[in-house]
Ligand binder design. Structure first.
Ligand SMILES: Cc1ncc(COP(=O)(O)OP(=O)(O)O)c(N)n1
Ligand SMILES: Cc1nc(C(=O)O)sc1CCOP(=O)(O)O
Ligand SMILES: [Mg+2]
Length: 492
């Protein structure tokens, strides 16, 4: 049983502080312990007051826990004054504790400073030199570095200044800058960016606590920091996506409903379970330029498994099972076989429409249309590590799908197609190019794509083509797939 210790304040509202930390530790399957530095009285509207613990009592709590149970990782949150900071630093030294995440709780969501100047000095002089990583938000990074932060260059400058105070790493949480929610990690040599779609919600209470607690939990599970960061970020993204509005103000991010299934999947590698896909789903699609979709009625009598085997032999990187007339039994039996074939050929297997079938056959993902289950709801069902593809026929649909958690877009129909009777009118290459420019997730063109127009589709800048009849209806399926791959790789 791995153990994590939070040294922070109590949030009577339950959304931040040790409450958020302990919930997060539990969601990661880590035993959580808590040293209370202050008791705050607050709700979703704000903090009405707090009582700081005597510094020596904070030290006593730390000694009791670390001398008996020990901790595989520790995070600090609200450290109300210089005396407490010095006591915490002293104990961290005494117990030679290294996996220390310092979340410098200095500025409240409202912008109020939560730390007196002498405490800021103690944080820099005493605690930061002991930290494996410090995780300020923009406002806190401005206080720690002494510079204004308005863009990425400022972030890099501030991270270098803060690094100079002694931590082994600096993560500046860029959620407050505009655009995507980007966090920046500086390891003393390079700066790394971690992106997730921005979630439009007011339920952001406890965001910073939840992120740093998730980092500590991953460190406790033995993950290196660079592996922990994207997982902690995914955790927070799902927390924001799934948070319910509580109270009249900023509801808590760490609404646990739905967490456990999402989170246990995100950390499966650390628990020695089958390696989960901790890389971001969109990145799994990189280089997969030929997306073959089944259609038994176009396969000239050949069984779907044979069609798929030949498409895989020709280099298809993604296979989608799309059989509108099949029974559920057929879908799960053949789907299981196609998942096996795909895995053997290092390809991804996606199920069209049917989330239940996709889950039942442990598919790599599911593809949904605008009339299928809404994106957010589907994401709650499939969790973070299944790929979610969404159809779009306008830029707006594509942007909305991305914002709500899609991992790729199937855009079309690009050209006229008879294969899907209810497909809209041909959208054309120009709109396809506009969609690709608008979103930051992979885009596949679909609809009427053949060998003689595939190069044009590629020139729209998309990540690949999705085809049915041009492959499954070909006399030589493997050769057809090989020709598409050749074109997708720039050949004639
Ligand atoms: C890659 C890809 N793009 C689009 C579609 C179309 O899906 P959908 O809108 O759900 O329509 P049907 O395929 O269900 O008719 C797709 N299947 N794959
Ligand atoms: C399944 C599908 N979806 C489309 C969309 O526009 O969303 S067009 C389409 C049919 C694609 O078949 P073919 O490659 O034979 O044209
Ligand atoms: Mg559909």
């Amino acid at each position: 049983m791995k153990k994590a210790l939070t040294i922070a304040g109590s949030d009577s509202g339950g959304g931040a502080g040790i409450q958020a930390d302990l919930k997060t530790f539990s969601a990661f399957g880590v035993y959580g312990m808590s040293v209370i530095t202050a008791v705050t009285s607050q709700n979703t509207l704000g903090v009405s007051g707090f009582r700081a613990m005597p510094a020596d009592f904070v030290g006593q709590q730390m000694s009791d826990v670390l001398s008996d149970i020990g901790a595989d990782a520790t995070k600090t949150g609200m450290l109300a004054n210089a005396d407490i900071i010095c006591e915490v630093a002293e104990k961290i030294r005494e117990f030679k504790h290294e996996n220390l995440v310092v979340d410098p709780v200095m500025v409240a969501t409202s912008g109020d400073r939560l730390m007196e100047p002498e405490a800021e000095k103690a944080l820099k002089d005493k605690l930061l030199p002991l930290a494996l990583v410090v995780t300020p938000n923009i406002a806190e990074a401005e206080v720690l570095s002494g510079i204004r932060i308005a863009n990425r260059e400022d972030v890099e400058k501030a991270a270098q200044i803060i690094y100079g105070w002694g931590p082994k790493g600096v993560i500046i949480k860029g959620g407050h800058l505009s655009g995507e929610a980007v966090d920046y990690y500086y390891d003393g040599k390079e700066i790394y960016e971690y992106r997730s779609p921005r979630v439009d919600t007011k339920n952001t209470h406890g965001t910073g606590c939840t992120f740093s607690a998730a980092l500590a939990a991953c460190l406790a599970l033995g993950m290196p920091l660079k592996k922990a960061i994207p997982i902690a970020k995914d955790y927070l993204y799902l927390a924001l996506l799934n948070a319910d509005s509580l109270g009249a103000g900023h509801g808590p991010t760490n609404h646990l409903a739905g967490y456990f299934d999402h989170l246990t999947k995100a950390i499966r590698p650390a628990k020695g379970l089958p390696a989960a896909k901790t890389e971001s789903n969109s990145r799994k699609l990189t280089g997969r330029k030929l997306y073959v979709i089944t259609g038994q009625e176009f396969a000239k009598g050949r069984p779907v498994t044979e069609v798929v085997s030949q498409a895989l032999a020709g280099g298809a990187g993604i296979i989608q099972l799309r059989e509108k007339k099949w029974t559920t039994r057929q879908l799960v039996e053949v789907g299981r076989e196609l998942q096996r074939l795909a895995r053997e050929n290092n390809a991804l297997f996606i199920v069209n429409d049917r989330i239940d079938v996709a889950l039942a056959v442990d598919a790599d993902g599911v593809h949904l249309g605008q009339d299928d289950m809404p994106v957010r709801m589907a994401r709650r069902v499939i969790g973070p590590d299944m790929i979610l593809g969404i159809s779009a026929e306008t830029v707006e649909e594509a942007l909305t799908a991305e914002k709500e958690g899609a991992d790729y877009i199937g855009f079309g129909p690009v050209f006229h197609t008879d294969t899907k009777p209810d497909a809209g009118t041909a959208r054309g290459l120009e709109l396809l190019a506009q969609v690709k420019k608008a979103v930051s997730i992979p885009v596949y063109g679909i609809g009427g794509i053949k060998l003689d127009n595939a190069a044009e589709v590629l020139s729209a800048g998309v990540d690949g083509v999705a085809v049915i009849t041009a492959v499954v209806g070909a006399d030589d399926i493997t050769l057809a797939a090989q020709k598409f791959i050749h074109i997708m790789e720039g050949g004639r």
